[in-house]
Design a protein around this ligand. Structure first.
Ligand code: SF4
Length: 177
């Protein structure tokens, strides 16, 4: 069965920076019932407390943080890039452990956002880009969706599950020479 990495806050876990959570989402509950959800909050896994100061990426996007060319800074001016990176690499470890190819991560987060993040000025302005965890997973071939794209994630899941049954996807016969 294909597993899916899911942001913990989307599962009702109160791990958001402000102590809140999102959901419930029927599709995620279905996948939980199926036993295919692997939950993770990268920021908590990276060692940050809940609640915690809000953070935004300053001077770039998640990819630049991974490359050491931008930083994640809190409203209190603390650089939490190391914790965000740690959480991202823990997500990658789970992806590898479970053979995950699809993730559903919270929209707009500096860790989990897959299409937009806040612009680093704490003024509520969103810009195209992705959070640190989303960027790392995308680099490693994971399709990253948000809670706003659950139908698209479901289609991708069906495509993944049908793929192994295709006519040319079985195990290769050993070559003989
Ligand atoms: Fe944790 Fe990601 Fe949710 Fe933020 S968006 S609380 S990092 S799971």
């Amino acid at each position: 069965m294909e597993k899916i990495l899911v942001s913990r806050c989307l599962l009702g876990h109160r791990v958001r920076y402000d102590g809140g959570a999102s959901g419930p989402f029927d599709q995620l509950q279905q996948w939980l019932d199926d036993g295919r959800v692997v939950p993770l909050c990268p920021e908590v896994a990276g060692g940050l407390p809940t609640p915690r100061a809000a953070a935004e990426i300053s001077g770039g996007q998640g990819g630049q943080v991974l490359d050491g060319r931008a930083a994640v800074i809190t409203t209190e001016g603390e650089d939490v890039s190391a914790q965000f990176m740690s959480g991202a690499y823990q997500a990658l470890a789970l992806v590898r452990e479970h053979g995950i190819r699809i993730a559903v991560l919270k929209a707009n987060s500096p860790s989990c956002g897959n299409l937009l993040t806040y612009d680093g000025t704490f003024s509520g302005v969103k810009v195209p880009g992705e959070g640190v965890t989303a960027a790392l997973l995308k680099r490693h071939g994971v399709k990253v969706f948000s809670e706003l794209e659950l139908p698209e994630a479901a289609v991708a899941l069906v495509a993944r599950e049908l793929a192994p049954a295709g006519p040319f996807s079985g195990p290769k016969k050993p070559e003989r020479g």
